[in-house]
Design a protein around this ligand. Sequence first.
Ligand SMILES: [Fe+2]
Length: 341
Amino acid sequence: MKLSSLSRILAGTALTILVGTSGAVAAELNLYTTREPGLIQPLLDSFTKATSIKVNTIFLKDGLAERVASEGDKSPADVLMTVDAGNLIDLVEKGLTQSVQSTTLTGSIPPALRDPNGNWFALSLRARAVFAARNLDVKAITYEQLADPAWKGKICIRSGQHPYNVALIGSYIAHHGEEAAQKWLAALKGNLARKAGGGDREVARDILGGLCDIGVANSYYVGLMRSGKGGPEQQKWAQAIKMVLPTFEKGGTQVNITGAAVARHARNRAEAIKLLEYLVSDEAQKIYAEANYEYPVNPRAAVDPLIGEYGVLKPDTVELAKGVGFRKAASALAEKVGFDN
Ligand SMILES: [Fe+2]
């Protein structure tokens, strides 16, 4: 073969590669998220590496629903990602999502942790846990037992109006009804060692300080404190406690989620679904769990050892959407029993 014809073939091949590559780069999607960019960027990078789909991220601290609603059918959003089941359900109720049917998604996410109509899907879980003094003999506890007079003056917890506690009270109502929930909440308030307030990490701080024996706090804070990511002082707080995963008497552990939905007017629908499917894959779930100490939603994926040590999470089987439906009632109950006074 003459050199000139060889170079013509090579040039042709190069052209094909160029066209091929530019074709792949053209695949992209727009992600609107309230999750901190540092937490999700490693996941998006590995998604792009696996699929050649570029992800343009728009980070919104607040007002995600308002932003998408105001953009209307011109909205460039393809995927909406947020924390808290209430926020996801809010997106659905505002008509900002669309239904997705995917056996990959339904096969990886338990039914209680996704919308029955496919409008949203949980991606990771955080448990409303109990922190207990390390030397205390508490191996198992139910949410119901937090109202037991044996704990009088021994429990620390943040405000009853904080979304984490409103969600917990909402789930309690879903299990027992409003009347029983009110009795429980009043009794729990009667058991407090100090005024309800502060953050979840302060529960560990106050256990170390001897103010309380147990408290209610989110699971990922244990990982944040133990790992040293929260600084050396918080590491000491973490050393004072162990985490117990409480359950409802007839149910599992109350969880909240981070999750995502495909936007109603998504122009890159197929790519959007691919991103959701990737995010629940064993690989992505592991990256997610290690980055933020949350529990994978996919039961096959591993949890970070700093959290895994405290046992296997069994999420409550009452649909998240049901608990969310009781949030207004939950907040009103906290007000009624003077939980924060
Ligand atoms: Fe938090």
